[in-house]
Structure formats: C-alpha cells, structure tokens
Design a binder for this molecule. Structure first.
Ligand SMILES: NC(=O)c1ccc[n+]([C@@H]2O[C@H](COP(=O)([O-])OP(=O)(O)OC[C@H]3O[C@@H](n4cnc5c(N)ncnc54)[C@H](O)[C@@H]3O)[C@@H](O)[C@H]2O)c1
Length: 322
C-alpha cells in the first residue's frame, strides 16, 4: 500500500514511518521541518520505498497531488508542544485547523482513508481520574493561549466526524504523552525529554508547580501500534480512541524515577508555572486515559512499562550525546 504520513519527520511520525516500511508499505512523508528533524528519517533516505517531500500541509496544490497518489493518510502534521504553541498561537490554529480541513477535504474528494492525530489536550482541565472518549473538554479563557492547541484539535475531531457523515473513511486517535528515542532533547514538547536532559547534564531537574499533577506516559512503539490499528481496522471507522498507557504518575514521582534510571545526582527543584510559561498559564491537574474502548474495539493495550521505556529512552539520549 502507498501511505502518506504528514508530519512524518517528527517524533511519532518517524517511528510510524519505520514501522510502515518494516511492514512492506511504500511511504511518502510530507513535512516542513518546522519542528521535525532530518536525523529522524535520515536512515530511510536510501530506501526505494521511501520518499520525502518538503512542504506545508496547508499548501493546497501540493497536498492534492500527494493525497491523490496514496491510498491511506496518517495526518500527524501539527504545531504541537506548549513551547511552540505559546510562541505562535496563530500559526498553531492555522496549521492545525486549516491543514486538517485540507487533508480531510482532499481525502473525501479522492476517496482515501484518513487517520487524524488528536490529543489528550482535548480533555482540557477536566479533573476526572480516568478520561473516557465521551467526557467533556473543559477549557480556560482565550487569554490563556495554551488552550488554542486543545481547541484546534477538538475542532479537527469535529471536522473528522462531520466528513465521516458525508462518507469519508476516517478515524481519530487521542495520544497521551508519547515518549521514546528521538524526543527533542531540548524538551520543548515533553517533560520526559526535559527531565532526562537535565539529569544527564547534572543540572537541576525542574518540576513545574508542586509536582502533584499527574500524567500517563506512553512508549512510542505502543503509540504507533495503536495508530496503525485505528487507521486500518474497519471497526475503527468514524470513531475516536484514547491511545495511551493507563498508568498514572505524578510529575514529582516521574522526576524521581528519571533521576534514578539516569543514575543522576541532579537536585529536583520546583519552578512556579508563571516563571516557566508566563502569568496566564493554566495547568491541567490530571491526564490519565480510560483505555477500555481501544482495548475492546481495536484490541489495543499499551505494553511497555514506564521503567523499561525510560531505560530505552535514556540509553538513546546517552548514545546521541556520545
Ligand atoms: N507527542 C505526544 O505525546 C502527542 C500527544 C498528543 C498529540 N500529539 C499529536 O501527534 C502528532 C505528532 O506529534 P509529535 O509529538 O510527533 O510532534 P512533532 O512536532 O515531532 O511532529 C509534528 C511534525 O509536523 C511537522 N509540521 C508542523 N507544521 C507543519 C506544516 N505546516 N506542514 C508540514 N509539516 C508540519 C513538524 O515539522 C513535525 O515534524 C501531532 O499531530 C500532535 O498534535 C502528540
């Protein structure tokens, strides 16, 4: 099958590309490298089944030719990560909403199946301990710019379901904090990347807030498996799935675990959110998925324990540094 992966030079996208190539598919990657990294895909450049197209997902004529020439689209291109979102909220909204609308409209025109990558951010500030796909999103005011990402992804989901009503074959995945090799070591989009870099450099490990906020973390190989199942199984059509690991951990516990696994002597320090992200920043206290829908319909369950995933990720960070 010829598959198009938008955002395929990014963190999750590049792992997805490796898995699709390993399964014998032809893969075309569309990426503008605004956040993606050449090193993520360099090992595939000599593979005849792989093609890289540099370009913008909002470029209508380019996207038309790419969608027309493929059979299945994994749409992952997006502005993502609190750092980038706060830096340019307008670009976040434009790329995430207009780019997705374009992909969906073209897929509809050429009758292609699409997988849309959404996010656990669509739950916003919900305090529910196990987030189900049908739960409410609770968002802060527009003055807190971070919510533009959540709302852009929420709108993507609405558009996907609206196109499905018109006959488009589409499914949606909500990722919960994927991590693994190829995370940007600067930690712009990932608390795990930031903690590992700080731990390996012997710098203070910076926990924002009091560290009691909880998250769940999904090893990227699991994220990729869930993505492929949602993109290909007939029973996934027209549905939204949480793709995450059900283990909940506080950010302070995570800092301690990273410190231990990296054998680091870094101190753990607390930094107020206002210092990290400015005065209007709003944090979500909890973010842990109910994974029963993905288990029941896709047969998907995340398998890599956090300890093991962290060890693999820390090894990659060390090799990269070396
Ligand atoms: N990593 C996570 O834990 C996580 C969580 C929730 C949702 N997601 C979603 O998963 C997808 C992949 O995220 P990721 O973590 O791999 O992030 P990433 O930043 O590594 O990947 C996104 C890719 O999209 C590309 N891109 C951005 N704007 C573009 C544009 N206008 N045209 C073409 N390419 C463009 C970037 O260069 C990058 O390679 C995104 O849609 C993101 O919103 C990720």
């Amino acid at each position: 099958m010829r598959v198009l992966v938008t955002g395929g030079a990014g963190f999750i996208g590049s792992h997805l590309v490796d898995e699709l190539l390993a399964r014998g598919h032809e893969v075309v990657v569309l990426d503008d490298f605004s956040q993606g990294n050449e090193a993520n895909i360099a090992h595939n450049l000599s593979n005849p089944s792989f093609r890289l197209v540099r370009g913008d997902v909002t470029d209508a004529s380019l996207m038309e030719s790419l969608v027309r020439d493929c059979e299945l689209i994994y749409h992952l291109a997006a502005v993502v990560g609190v750092y980038y979102v706060l830096q340019d909220p307008l670009r976040t909204i434009r790329v995430n909403v207009l780019g997705t609308e374009l992909v969906l409209a073209l897929a509809q025109r050429y009758r292609r199946r699409v997988l849309v990558a959404s996010s656990s951010e669509v739950y916003g500030k919900s305090r529910k301990s196990r987030l189900k796909e049908t739960d409410n999103g609770v968002f802060g005011p527009p003055e807190a710019s971070r919510w533009c990402y959540a709302l852009s992804k929420s709108l993507d989901e609405h558009m996907a379901l609206a196109y499905h009503r018109l006959g488009l074959e589409v499914s949606v995945v909500r990722y919960f904090n994927a991590y693994g090799p190829r995370l940007d070591p600067r930690g712009y989009g990932s608390v795990i990347a930031r903690f590992i870099s700080q731990a390996l450099e012997g710098k203070p490990i910076t926990v924002y807030g009091d560290g009691s906020q909880t998250r769940s973390f999904t090893y990227v190989a699991d994220t990729v498996q869930g993505t492929i199942l949602a993109a290909t199984l007939p029973q996934a059509l027209g549905k939204i799935f949480n793709i995450g690991n059900g283990r909940e951990i506080s950010i302070l516990e995570l800092a301690e675990l990273v410190k231990e696994k990296a054998a680091s002597s870094s101190p753990i320090v607390f930094v107020p959110y206002s210092e990290a992200y400015g005065p209007d920043f709003e944090e979500a206290r909890k973010r842990c998925p109910d994974t029963s829908k993905a288990e029941r319909i896709l047969g998907f369950k995340a398998e890599v324990p956090l300890e093991e995933g962290l060890e693999r990720t820390i090894r990659w960070f060390k090799e990269r540094k070396g």
